[in-house]
Design a protein around this ligand. Structure first.
Ligand SMILES: Cc1cc2nc3c(=O)[nH]c(=O)nc-3n(C[C@H](O)[C@H](O)[C@H](O)COP(=O)(O)OP(=O)(O)OC[C@H]3O[C@@H](n4cnc5c(N)ncnc54)[C@H](O)[C@@H]3O)c2cc1C
Length: 555
């Protein structure tokens, strides 16, 4: 297709989301079909600004992505900077309130016996910052002619039911005032038409969920979510040396789960070395928790104070912070076409977290995101007609082993959602022998009980949000829509005390008079927890003006 170089109103391939999945797709398409115009849009202001992860990354996906294009990539300074270390020591700890038990030998035994839990070992994997990984991949994509456009937010997929395909994507309007009226600088959201559309929006994507509903895709089981809250802490050189630049810690148990007295929340803590005397410390908490006053940041405070963690970070300075959701439902929650089982329909496919390709036995999604990007690119190159994309893509995911890996892990998270952490983890030993259990959406799990381990001081959300460097234009319309404000006021406040005020990591929600409302939308970190944990399913996240949101650089 030929066109003026700055005109993106019609492209061959449009990719929504410049995360690992979207960029892997773009790089591979350009390698296989250099003549195609490939455009990747992202709502973040710069590549990597909306990327937050652990991150421990399996290496094989990068070899598949980059070896055919740049055989020497491992030796480049940019690669060394993006992938500074490998995991030599992989500690998996079970924490009690004061102590810890090393589970690594048990997991190694599980690996020897071929049990799913053996997948939790990550020795040899890269330790990296995903913001940096994305910035690096974005540079490679741009270098081979992909149009990577940060600051472009998609608001709507133009799905055509009659033809069973999408014509393009509409970008968000810019320049409305708080009431929605156009201001002098108003720019109506443009349409980008495309033959192939790859939705790589990450977890709980706006267009992805529109597409799943409009195209009639179905999930065999509920999608479940967790929220990860993470801080990047500068510690002393001695603390960093003691921790080691080649060691990662995954911790379960306290403060999310204790076997007898509770609490019972699925999830755990992570500590990863990020170079330059900085440790990434985080908590990932399943959103099927029952406590109306639980906030994952409180669990982070308790985790940081645990002796197994505090010794490495005491006296340290938090330099960056952020929050993001993870889709945890596994294979049952991957949306598929009822007609042919495709993970997409016609000329539109779902990649990476947008499809839910996170393996919860490994607690990893980056490798599958990258494999899915490669599979989508190969499908674009192989599809004589755009309508064949979804079927070809799904066959490629199958060939790459992504769906087989997801199948191995399919009962793990679902068993815990159904039976609680202790029983669920025990049952999950049976792996694929288990039947599918019916699980309910996260928001239905909220009860009246309190999280029993509150820290003595409230978490400083203002400082946390400031360290995410999040910003939106103050005058733009609120992008968090409340279905029925009376439900918040008359039912949620009375029954649960409006938990959005507590669980939102950025303090977006406040009670003003007797009305809970998104009073500070400009603080939003785009984690979308409110959309999934409001007990009345009464909040919808829509995309704000492009370029808004966090500005992560090392998360
Ligand atoms: C705390 C935490 C720790 C994790 N640890 C690990 C780990 O150690 N190892 C691992 O393998 N995985 C880990 N994961 C999971 C991993 O980060 C994801 O599986 C992976 O990032 C998915 O990549 P993606 O490209 O599908 O989506 P994302 O990385 O989420 O990228 C999606 C992109 O799409 C953009 N976007 C979304 N909507 C729009 C729109 N409407 N318009 C324009 N742009 C849009 C976003 O701004 C974003 O840049 C972790 C996740 C979290 C939250």
């Amino acid at each position: 297709m030929s066109q003026a170089s700055e005109d993106f109103s019609k492209v061959d391939v449009l990719i929504v989301g410049a995360g690992p999945a979207g960029l892997a797709a773009a790089i591979t398409i350009k390698r296989l079909k250099p003549e195609l115009v490939v455009c990747v849009i992202d709502k973040g202001a710069a590549p990597g600004n909306h990327a937050l992860s652990g991150a421990v990354l399996e290496p094989e996906c990068l070899a598949r992505l980059l070896d055919p294009l740049l055989p020497e990539w491992r030796e480049t300074p940019a690669a060394r900077e993006a992938l500074p270390a490998r995991v030599k020591i992989d500690d998996v700890l079970l924490l009690t309130a004061r102590g810890s038990l090393q589970l690594r030998p048990l997991l190694k035994l599980a690996r020897l016996l071929g049990l799913g839990y053996g997948r939790m070992i990550h020795e040899g994997d890269h330790i990296c910052s995903v913001s940096r990984l994305v910035a690096w991949l974005s540079g490679i994509a741009t270098g081979i002619g992909v149009e990577v456009l940060p600051g472009f937010a998609a608001a709507e997929l133009l799905w055509q039911s009659a033809t069973g395909r999408a014509g393009g994507v509409r970008l968000v309007d810019q320049g409305r005032d708080r009431t929605g009226e156009p201001q002098v600088n108003f720019l109506a959201g443009e349409t980008i038409a495309a033959d192939f559309i790859l939705l790589a929006e990450g977890c709980d994507g706006l267009l992805s969920e529109q597409f799943i509903a409009a195209a009639g895709l179905r999930r065999a089981g509920e999608q479940l979510y967790s929220l990860g809250v993470k801080e990047l802490i500068r510690v002393s050189a001695e603390q960093y040396r003691q921790f080691s630049a080649e060691r990662v810690v995954h911790a379960m148990g306290y403060p999310l789960w204790t076997p007898v007295a509770g609490p019972d929340i699925f999830g755990g803590g992570i500590i990863y070395p990020m170079g330059d005397n900085r440790l990434a410390v985080g908590i990932i908490a399943g959103l099927d928790y029952p406590y109306h006053d639980f906030n994952p940041q409180d669990a982070l405070t308790l985790f940081k104070a645990h002796p197994a963690v505090a010794r490495y970070i005491a006296g340290g300075t938090v330099e960056e912070a952020g929050a993001k959701m993870i889709p945890e439902g596994g294979l049952y929650a991957v949306p598929r076409s009822p007609y042919d089982g495709a993970i997409g329909r016609g000329n539109v496919v779902l990649l990476g977290d947008a499809a839910g390709l996170v393996n919860m036995l490994k607690i990893k999604g980056l490798h599958n995101a990258i494999h899915s990007g490669i599979a989508a690119a190969e499908a674009v190159a192989a599809s004589a007609a755009p309508e064949n994309l979804a079927v070809n893509y799904t066959a490629g995911l199958e060939r790459a082993g992504v769906l087989a890996e997801m199948a191995e892990a399919k009962n793990f998270r679902q068993s815990i959602a159904r039976f609680g952490t202790l029983a669920g983890m025990g049952l999950a030993l049976l792996g694929r022998l288990l039947p599918q259990f019916k699980v309910a959406p996260d928001y239905t799990h909220l009860g009246g009980g309190s999280y029993p381990l509150k820290p003595s001081r409230p978490f400083d959300k203002d400082a946390f949000t400031a360290l995410a460097l999040t910003a939106h234009r103050e005058e733009e319309p609120c992008h968090l829509l409340i279905g029925d404000p009376a439900i918040c006021r008359e039912r949620c406040l009375a029954q649960y005390g409006a938990p959005c005020i507590t669980f939102c990591p950025a303090g977006v929600y406040e009670r003003i008079g007797d009305q809970p409302r998104p009073a500070n939308p400009s603080n939003c970190l785009h984690c979308k927890t409110c959309q999934r944990k409001c007990p009345y399913d009464n909040i919808r996240w829509t995309v704000p003006e492009a370029g808004g949101g966090p500005h992560y650089t090392t998360m």
